[in-house]
Design a protein around this ligand. Sequence first.
Ligand code: DQA
Length: 277
Amino acid sequence: MAMPAVIGQKIHTPIAIGNGRPAMICPLQGENASQLVSRARKIEISPADVVEWRVDTLAERDPGVVRGAAQVVRREVQRPLIATFRSTGEGGQGDPADSQRVYETVAPIADALDVEYSHAARPELLELAYSHEAVPVLSYHNFERAESADALLDRLERMQTCLVRAGEQACQDMPADQAQALRDRGYGVVKVALTARNEMEALMIMAAGCQFERTKARLPLIVVAMGRHGIVSRAFPRNAGSSATFVSADGQASAPGQIDAHALADFYARIGKIALY
Ligand SMILES: O=C1C[C@@](O)(C(=O)O)C[C@@H](O)[C@@H]1O
């Protein structure tokens, strides 16, 4: 049984990822504070459970601007908040040179930090997350293609091992009460998002996710098949071994194939019990 991740310790209503119904996570993107405010308000009236602030979509990234935007986002977002700074090499819009500094600025207000597995400063960023009581979401993306099921299973295993080790190490370096709080929050979430170039690739990604979740998972997983062929993975995350699905609000998708939050919630309400399980 995987150790759930409790996200939202900086607000009053944290939620457990990997325990029960998969969460709907909605990206919040904006070039400046006023865009962030109006989009955050649209997300607040959507059925999303968690908000992912894509900090890399800010037009300016000097420390004062990022700090100001972080305060605005934290004030507007009443739901658990993941902060993500995805650089251009990782499929986002951020300058890699800004990455570590931006993460340091947003860590105090974030309930979770999304860290790319290939990030050069990965150990430091995982430590940063733990030291700010933020849950790390360790991510891998491939915007071009999927890989074989074996390669994906291997990757999931390596990512999980990396997070478990980082979590155990962080516990050793902390006073006992903080270490216990970290264990209660969970060592983190492993996330993979790969582009499915056809239906078979989408099903293969889902099958690999499902197999890992059933046989090897110690931490919650998020598994996404991106692109139009992968929409099935977003509608039925459970069938991909995934404890969350990324949705969009107001047409602001952060990756290809995201389903509108209201439409997905409606769909689940209509199809009833087969919905997410
Ligand atoms: O990693 C993910 C998943 C994602 O790429 C998707 O395909 O929905 C969207 C990103 O914003 C998020 O960080």
